[in-house]
Design a protein around this ligand. Sequence first.
Ligand SMILES: Nc1nc2c(ncn2[C@@H]2O[C@H](COP(=O)(O)O[C@H]3[C@@H](O)[C@H](n4cnc5c(=O)[nH]c(N)nc54)O[C@@H]3COP(=O)(O)O)[C@@H](O)[C@H]2O)c(=O)[nH]1
Length: 848
Amino acid sequence: MDTLPQPAYSRAPARRRPQRGSSRQSGPAFDQLFGSSPYFAFAIDEAGKLTAFNQHTAAVLGPLAPHTPASKLYAAWVLPMLQNEALPAARMRGYWRGEVELVAQDGGSHPVTQTIEWRDHTFLCLGYPLDDYDVYESRLRFKYLFEAHPHPMWVYDLETLRFLVVNAAAVAQYGHTEAEFLQMTIRDIRPPEQQERLTRNLAAAPAKGAEQSGIWTHMRRDGSRMQVDVSSHSVTLSGRPARLVFAHDITEREQLKLALQLRSRALEASINAIAITTHTSEGELIEYANPAFVRLFDHTPKSVLGRRLETLLDLPPHDEQYQALQAAMQSHHEETLMLRPRHRDGALLWTQLHVAPVLAGDNAIGHHVCVLTDMTAIMEYQEQLEHQANHDALTGLPNRVLLKDRMAQAVTFSQRFKHSLWLVYIDLDNFKLINDHLGHQLGDQLLCAIANRLRACANDGDTVARLGGDEFVLLLPIANQRPMASILQLVQEAVAAPVAVEQQVLTVTCSIGISVFPADGVDPEQLLRHADIAMYRAKEAGRNQVQFFEENMHARVAERALIESELRHALARDQLSLVYQPKVDLHSGAVTGMEALIRWQHPGLGAVSPARFIGVAEETGLIVAIGRWVLRTACAQNKAWQQAGLPPLRVAVNLSARQFRDRVLLSEVRAALEDSGLDARYLELELTESLMMHNVEEVVTVIESLKQLGVALSIDDFGTGYSSLAYLKQFPVDYLKIDQSFTREMLTEPKVAAIVRSVIALGHILGFKVIAEGVETGEELHYLRLHQCDEMQGYYYSRPLTAEAFAAFISRPAPAAPASAGAARPAAPAPAHTPAPPPRPARRHGPT
Ligand SMILES: Nc1nc2c(ncn2[C@@H]2O[C@H](COP(=O)(O)O[C@H]3[C@@H](O)[C@H](n4cnc5c(=O)[nH]c(N)nc54)O[C@@H]3COP(=O)(O)O)[C@@H](O)[C@H]2O)c(=O)[nH]1
């Protein structure tokens, strides 16, 4: 290096002064001041050339010539420091002082304390040999600045990288003794992964005097690591180029920074909306809101900051929530509130707000951390669950649970204000048939239509509930002040009005039972039970009726319950039996067959008539098992008679609607025939008219299958079930059976007589035989024969008989025709002991 490198900021054009190659050129002032000085004195221009030097300099360091590059006067290690530190500092501040090493042309080393002054675009350099005082002063400064420094410091040799000196803080923090340190290099406190970086760093600036800094990982003696912020400076120690290093342990700071970063990340990533507010005189102003908060209300991050929390949540001022929030903000405790803030689009949300105050130094509230949890979905789900728990899924009407709740409220209200309360129990008539024949989908539609109509009948404050199936309840408070008769009529009309569903028009009536508070009960349970009892009474009374609860209804309900429970065991306990009532050909007088009729002999209840238990068996489904038993017993009995040598006759068995709809009917009939060995032509199945008029296509299919088995079929109770002629002709049946109610009245009621004649004519037109049941007198028989009725059945000829009695009856020779009955008495075979017809009132329940 020939010249001193230019300092970066000395590039401005400098005023050129005449060059002076020796002390003569330095001018009289320089000579005057320094010419005979025993110390080194020389001047350097901006180009780094000597412009003047005194005799001592020339004598000790020379020989020198003017314009000699000043770099020749310094040891190599000093040059970077001179260039980067000393000259720029002198130029900036006008003065620099430090220890340097001057070198003589013969190689001699002269450590000096040098001052450099910036005077008139020239660096004036004065050098004093390092004497004892310098050393003392230097040590003193070192002691204070270095030894006592609270942060680790050391000086290391730039060439060997050995520690030359370390302070007490370094010893304390790194765990090495001073002696150990002095045996180590700066590589020894670096972990392996940082060695390469150190090498690169040293290579990049091996001898630079520039201040350097950076974050490093250092190792303590025990192997533990720390993060240090290192800054270093070039120095000379004992005449050797070295670096003074400050190492500031920032491990804790870095950990803190990391922890803060983590917490900040947690806030940012939280799915809960979090806002931090500042407590000001203008309210709680938001100073931070995490992304979830911004998302929850669909605001932009910026638009949230500085706004009042209350405003942002859009809580109506002075309402309960607003007040609660204010109170929570003023409390020094954490509070949790349920709020209904508004989304930016106007939708109301459900949120749980947890407010935690952050106290300032003076114990006043400085900030609040507000955590909002979006509960909207949960609350909506809960509402949905509550609705489901309290409402009927099909119709949306309140269910039994909610009805009870409303009833309890209504009873309390009625008690307090002395009002009466009506509980109207509505059960659709024959809904089961519709459901089973037309399918559940249509049944559901019908129920929904009726539910809507009932809703329309109710006023505000009334409750329309569905208890399940086809049962509805109207809870009508303040009944004493309302036109209850017309409300009931409205309800009946609403139910009975035709309902169009899927191109079908359905009509259904209802049976209504009513209980009144307080007369019929003072608690909801009792009122409901009594209304239910009254409704059953309405059903028993022939359906499509209204019944108010009466005390004596309890007995009927109790009887029904008894029948139901006893009937469940009747088959197993062998309490059931069959009786057989002959059917007679009206032209020949011959017995054509017999109807099997069930009887129940109960040890306690005695003989229970089918009229009392068949309905219960239908409702409970017990009829399926009972019907199967009847079918098999009747077939077996008929076969037994045939095997005993009696003339082969056809046995008729009643099929209930439930049996008819049973999928296994066909196989059961087939099995009954096969198992008994009875020929199919000796079995007849009686189906009621009402059963056949629902879902005709299906009925026709089942009837056709039965016909294919070879059994005979008849339509029982004909005339009571609103037959459609269009349907009637589709049924491949053998008999129309005129209901006994017509037989009973045909001789006294001309209209009934006309019906009977029409049925006979109609049956014949359609190709059916016609049989009349309930024939009790010779006049009735005569009339039927006169109008071409084919067969008859009734007490006039014979009551239902036990199997043995029937066998005996059929085996007897025919008696002469009774005079009183004219030619009406059957010719053959004649009943041996035909009982006299019972008096009229007992017709339906004649003895067997
Ligand atoms: N599904 C089934 N239903 C059955 C079965 N057995 C009977 N029943 C049905 O119960 C109802 C009442 O039956 P019952 O008390 O047996 O009455 C029958 C006859 O005893 C009665 N009858 C017959 N002749 C006369 C008469 O001259 N006068 C008069 N007052 N009553 C008379 O009529 C009933 C027969 O009715 P029907 O079946 O319509 O021919 C009744 O509906 C039975 O159907 C069974 O096993 N399964």
